[in-house]
Design a protein around this ligand. Structure first.
Ligand code: PGA
Length: 253
């Protein structure tokens, strides 16, 4: 059975001191390991410190929010997959809509990032999702399917099965407008059937598909009840310990 995952994406928020306090506060709320993996996707400068906190705690993991698509070299200001591994990251977010939009990351670059992350043993959390105009035209499923095809479908099945996918409708991110549980389920089921057709029903069943976009402690239980929603990628609500802990507790298994 695929795992249920909750990942907190801090984006460009918190100082190191605040971030350490937040993670300590979240961890203090759990005596037992969480029902499924909980991932903290923190800014690069915090990776080591947060990694040291979660390392001792079964069920809690460390992620970066991005990595460069080349292995190494003259890319001032960039961070490589090897660097992430060397500081203890286990996951990396790839293709968040903010990276696609503000940093013009292309399908090809994202494909390279996925390859590189997998080759280094990192689990990519591959983000996909449509803008509002696309949803209003009713083209959301083909649009997101194209994102998967363009950046993932070159992978052999054994590699694809090591991915996590996060469906994040762009119109729901940071806006307070969550997709309804039915909208999320529709997309997740469509993506799973696309994976089943391109690969196999087994691999499609094995891949966790997370929902992201204004997911919070109130709406998480409803979203997480959907049969094809396997957890969440949480932005704003992951910045508050009590709320993030409540979302973790809403995991189904
Ligand atoms: P949000 O962000 O929960 O603040 O909408 C989610 C994300 O962008 O990963």
């Amino acid at each position: 059975m695929r795992s249920f995952i909750v990942a907190g994406n801090w984006k460009m928020n918190k100082t190191l001191e605040e971030g350490v306090a937040l993670v300590r506060d979240v961890l203090a709320r759990f005596d037992q390991p969480p029902p499924g993996p909980v991932v903290f996707a923190v800014p690069f400068p915090f990776l080591q410190a947060i990694g040291a906190l979660v390392r001792e705690r079964p069920g809690f993991y460390l992620a970066a929010q991005n990595c460069h698509h080349e292995e190494k070299g003259a890319y001032t200001g960039e961070v490589s997959a090897d660097m992430l591994v060397s500081v203890g990251a286990q996951y990396v977010i790839v293709g968040h809509s903010e990276r696609r939009q503000y940093f013009r990351e292309s399908h090809e670059q994202l494909a390279k990032k996925v390859d590189l992350a997998l080759s280094r043993g990192l689990t990519p959390i591959f983000c996909c999702g449509e803008p509002l105009s696309v949803r209003e035209r009713g083209n959301h499923v083909p649009y997101v399917a194209r994102q998967l095809r363009a950046s993932l479908f070159h992978l052999p099945e054994a590699d694809l099965s090591r991915l996590v996918i996060a469906y994040e409708p762009v119109w729901a991110i940071g806006t307070g407008k969550t997709a309804t549980a039915a909208q999320a389920q529709e997309m997740h089921a469509a993506l799973r059937s696309l994976l089943a057709r391109r690969y196999s029903p087994e691999v499609a069943q094995a891949i966790p598909i997370l929902y992201g976009g204004s997911c919070n402690a109130q709406n998480a239980p409803d979203l997480f009840q959907q049969p094809d929603v396997d957890g969440g990628l949480i932005g704003g609500a992951s910045l508050k310990a009590e709320e993030f802990a409540a979302i973790i507790r809403a995991m189904r298994r």
